[in-house]
Design a protein around this ligand. Structure first.
Ligand code: F6R
Length: 235
């Protein structure tokens, strides 16, 4: 694991965006794994700016997001589909058919998980995966206790996660109880991983990750078994 301490949030965002830009320059048909939430917001702003300045394109890229809430669709402002459109997809040239998120409205959720996992595999797995980290160590929505061998699956969100994410909803009761998430095995198949963690709130999770004990009780710890992870962190 490669630890990179940053001075501020903008430095983290710029550094992450530059790593994605380099990836696209090297491999224009990359498969990118994307995250939502507060951590990558500045990253998307920077990546869009770099795209507008020219030099690279997303036309041949496939993207797969980590997760989506069950019960929310693309038109719902609190869905991750909506987040991705307003933060990124609306400003770059990725064909819609190459933008993938789990369908939280699928009638058959288990089938949806299987198809999502299969689509990632058929895409040759992810070249470059962006991650945030939950205060409880979740990556994607793989909450503590999730099997390290998990594939894309339906997950029950913990009260802690629902409480933390309630700031994006009118109340905690509005936060869906479940989500579809890429599994830990799926994430580990990525060739390169960038984890973003900024702020006092994340300091505990980062300290625990740095301590190095690998346990399913702290899902992010699986990253110690990955050969190419950069952790961009600071407070
Ligand atoms: C988001 C995701 C989550 C977040 C994590 C941190 O797609 O999969 O693991 O990365 O909950 O969220 P923020 O960045 O909002 O603190």
């Amino acid at each position: 694991m490669h630890w990179i301490q940053v001075g501020d949030y903008d430095e983290m965002s710029e550094l992450a965006a530059s790593i994605f830009e380099q990836q696209l320059l090297r491999k224009p048909d990359s498969t990118l794994g994307l995250a939502t939430g507060g951590s990558p917001q500045g990253f998307y702003v920077s990546l869009v700016k770099r795209y507008i300045n020219g030099g690279f394109s997303f036309k041949k890229v496939n993207t797969f997001n980590l997760d989506e809430y069950i019960g929310l669709g693309p038109d719902d402002e609190t869905s991750y589909h909506h987040y991705m459109k307003r933060s990124f997809f609306d400003f770059v040239d990725i064909p819609v058919s190459q933008q993938h998120l789990p369908n939280g409205l699928a009638d058959d959720l288990l089938l949806e998980c299987q198809l999502y996992e299969q689509a990632i595999e058929e895409s040759g797995w992810i070249d470059l995966q962006l991650l945030g980290i939950g205060v409880n160590g979740h990556i994607g929505f793989n909450e503590p206790g999730t099997a390290f061998q998990s594939k894309t699956q339906v997950i029950d969100l913990t009260e802690e996660t629902r409480n933390k994410n309630s700031k994006y909803f009118s109340s905690e009761a509005e936060v869906p109880a479940q989500a579809i998430t890429m599994g830990l095995r799926t994430i580990m198949k990525a060739k390169q991983i960038i984890l973003l963690a900024f702020g006092e709130e994340k300091a505990g999770a980062i300290a625990r990750l740095q301590a190095g004990t690998v346990t399913e009780d702290f899902p992010a710890s699986i990253l110690h078994h990955h050969p190419n992870v950069k952790v961009l962190y600071g407070k």
